[in-house]
Write a protein of this length. Structure first.
Length: 212
C-alpha cells in the first residue's frame, strides 16, 4: 500500500472530512493543549472516561490501518492457483494371478516305470492343486502347496494337442477335484502315475520325494 492510498483511507475515515477546514490558529492551540493536558495520562482506574478527542482520533486511524492490512493479507492469501491435491478416482485393481504353464507329453511306445520317490524327486515342478476350470483343452488349477518349482498362484495344463487315450496313465482332469501334478524341466506333465487325482498313496509318494 502506497502513502497516497493510506492518506486516502485516513481521509475517508475522518468523521470531520465533510466540514470546512479548521482555523490554523485553533489547530495549533488544540495541539498545544493536547501536549500539556495531563488527562492524556491514563491508568487502569481512569479507563476511557477522561480520554481526549485526540486519543479517539488516533484510535480511529489505527483501526483503519489494521483493516487495510487485513484486507491486503486476505488478498495475498487468496491469489494463485488452487493447490488442493487431486484425488485418484476409481477402485484399485487387483494384481493379476501368476501362472505356471505345463503341457501333456506326446504318446510314446513302451511301458511305464513304476512311480517311485527317486524319480519323482527330479521333477522341476510339483504341486498340490484344485482344478477350477476345464475348457477348450486347457485345465486351470489353483495351487494350494508347492513341492518343487517357483510357486505361482495357478497352474495351466494344455492337453488340447495330446492324444489322451494313447497316453499311459494320463490324468483325466475334472473341475472341482484335487490333484497332485509333477512336471519336467521342459514343462511337460509327468504321467504314468506320477501325476493324478489326490490319494493318500500318491500324497505319501510326494512327501517321500520332496521331504514334506
Amino acid at each position: 500500500m502506497t502513502d497516497d492510498e493510506l492518506f486516502d483511507r485516513l481521509r475517508a475515515a475522518d468523521p470531520a472530512a465533510s466540514l470546512p477546514p479548521a482555523d490554523p490558529d485553533r489547530v495549533a492551540r488544540f495541539l498545544e493543549e493536547a501536549m500539556t493536558d495531563d488527562t492524556l495520562t491514563e491508568s487502569r482506574e481512569t479507563g476511557t472516561h477522561h480520554r481526549s478527542p485526540l486519543t479517539w482520533l488516533v484510535a480511529a486511524a489505527a483501526a483503519v490501518l489494521i483493516a487495510g492490512a487485513g484486507a491486503g493479507a486476505f488478498a495475498l492469501l487468496n491469489t494463485g492457483d488452487d493447490t488442493t491435491p487431486p484425488t485418484a478416482g476409481g477402485e484399485p485393481t487387483a494384481p493379476e494371478s501368476t501362472v505356471t504353464e505345463l503341457t501333456m507329453p506326446g504318446a510314446t511306445a513302451g511301458r511305464c516305470m513304476v512311480p517311485n520317490a527317486g524319480l519323482l524327486s527330479q521333477a522341476a515342478y510339483a504341486v498340490d492343486a484344485e482344478a477350477i476350470s476345464v475348457a477348450d483343452g486347457v485345465v486351470t488349477l489353483d495351487a494350494t502347496e508347492w513341492y518343487a518349482g517357483n510357486p505361482t498362484d495357478q497352474v495351466e495344463v494344455d492337453q488340447s494337442s495330446a492324444d489322451m487315450q494313447a497316453l499311459i496313465g494320463a490324468t483325466e482332469f475334472e473341475e472341482g477335484q484335487r490333484y497332485l501334478v509333477a512336471g519336467t524341466e521342459g514343462g511337460q506333465v509327468m504321467v504314468c502315475g506320477f501325476s493324478g487325482a489326490y490319494t493318500d498313496t500318491l500324497a505319501a509318494l510326494y512327501s517321500e520325494a520332496f521331504g514334506s
